[in-house]
Ligand binder design. Structure first.
Ligand code: ATP
Ligand code: MG
Length: 394
């Protein structure tokens, strides 16, 4: 991951450049500077890896700034952008002499910027991808298997355990149910993020989130009308995810079970794909096909984790056969606890520790494995799958 600064003379351009940089998913922190000489970093002060400058702030001042930055840090990657349709060769030459590495047309296209940054990363550290993947996708093998229940409760336990910022993006189609399960009245949704890419930097993104007081989760609400998805293309979703990753420790998303080829980039950028299924024939049959589809798209199925929800001891035979056939181990078994889950849904709250039930403990275990934290004491001991093995499904 790279550090970056944007240089512009006005707030609008600063915010636009910041949004572009954050949407590439390659930057971990962004500073904002103006071209004015008083603000130039001094020897000994840190200079970021990449500096993106809008020449509209004054060509001469910007090029002086670029030369100054190169003196302080010869490896800095200065990218200049200009609204001029055809920058004249004299300007390009002058820019080069002052240490500008790339010259982009303004308004900058995030994908053009991304390509320039990838070239720079490749030169600096050949073979390294330079992206820190924080995205965990929660996907259902089919409808109604508990995908949203898993996403919400895993997110809540992750926030509790790590005490870090956990974002839950509701990308389920046609309707998102996360807000409903957490009893949130969200003012903004995924539509507001994906429909405002020119403004979508981390500040704007954070303002679209709804905070869930009790769990600490930050939610980007899903669609409450299927029309909200109209015109939202997959690259826009990828940019939203990139911005979410740039300013948060964990990003979870509930993608439901409806997807098409368009979701491929999101699956490819995920650190982990949690595939939720029940241990019945249709869910396992579909799960097998999801795995095959993802492999055919080039998604690394080693990143897939299979979560069996509403698990029952008698499911084991079918699960063993599934594991043997697909060579994919079952990552977690979440016991069936209809009463507790229904109560939590009706209350609009994640499952609570007060209930002291094995399902909560299993979510804690799952969160701890995701965060790489070892649980100690009672939280660990409570993970006894068999306790609910005689509870009938409803
Ligand atoms: N571990 C569990 N034990 C018992 N019931 C559960 C469990 N997990 C989920 N359920 C029940 O399953 C139902 C569906 O849950 P949920 O809405 O999370 O599924 P989903 O896969 O997100 O559904 P959809 O496809 O509609 O988005 C809910 O009524 C919930 O009460
Ligand atoms: Mg759901």
């Amino acid at each position: 991951m790279l550090t970056a600064a944007v240089v512009a003379a006005d707030a609008k351009s600063t915010s636009y450049l910041r949004a572009c940089v954050e949407q590439t998913g390659l930057i971990e922190s962004v500073s904002e500077w103006t071209p004015s000489a008083e603000q130039h970093p001094q020897p000994g002060e840190s200079v970021p890896d990449v500096v993106l400058m809008d020449l509209a702030g004054g060509t001469e001042a910007c090029l002086d700034f670029s030369a100054h930055l190169r003196r302080l840090r010869p490896t800095v990657c200065v990218i200049a952008c200009s609204a001029l349709k055809q920058p004249d060769p004299e300007l390009l030459l002058q820019a080069m002499r002052n240490g500008v590495r790339e010259f982009l047309a303004h308004p900058v296209e995030p994908n053009v910027l991304e390509a320039a940054l990838k070239r720079f990363i490749e030169e600096q550290a050949p073979g390294q991808k330079g992206v820190e993947r924080k995205l965990v996708v929660v996907m259902g093998s089919k409808g109604g298997v508990g995908t949203t229940t898993v996403a919400v409760n895993l997110g809540a336990q992750l926030a509790r355990l790590t005490e870090k910022r956990v974002i839950l993006l509701d990308l389920a189609r046609p309707f998102g149910h996360v807000s409903l399960l957490l009893d949130l009245r969200a003012r903004f949704s995924i539509r507001d993020a994906a429909g405002n890419l020119e403004r979508l930097d981390s500040h704007f993104f954070n303002a679209l989130l709804t905070h869930h007081e009790k769990s600490g989760l930050e939610v980007l609400a899903g669609a409450s009308d299927p029309d909200e998805w109209y015109g939202i293309a997959a690259p826009a979703i990828a940019r939203v995810v990139n911005v979410a990753q740039s300013c948060n420790d964990y990003v979870l998303t509930d993608v439901g079970c409806l997807y098409s080829f368009e979701l491929k980039p999101i699956l490819q950028m995920a650190r982990m794909i949690m595939l939720v299924a029940e241990a019945d024939v249709p869910a396992l049959w579909t799960l097998e096909r999801h795995l095959a589809k993802m492999a055919s798209w080039g998604v690394d199925t080693a990143n897939c984790r299979i979560i069996i929800n509403r698990w029952h001891r008698t499911d084991e035979e079918a699960l063993k056969a599934f594991e043997k056939k697909t060579q994919q181990p079952i990552f977690a078994r979440l016991p069936n606890d209809f009463r507790q889950v229904s109560e939590a849904i009706n209350l609009g709250a994640p499952l609570s520790r007060n209930h002291n039930n094995p399902l909560v403990s299993n979510f804690q275990q799952l969160a701890s494995r995701l965060a790489g934290i070892t649980l100690a004491g009672p939280e660990k001991r409570n993970t006894i799958f068999g306790l609910f093995s005689n509870t009938p499904k409803r």
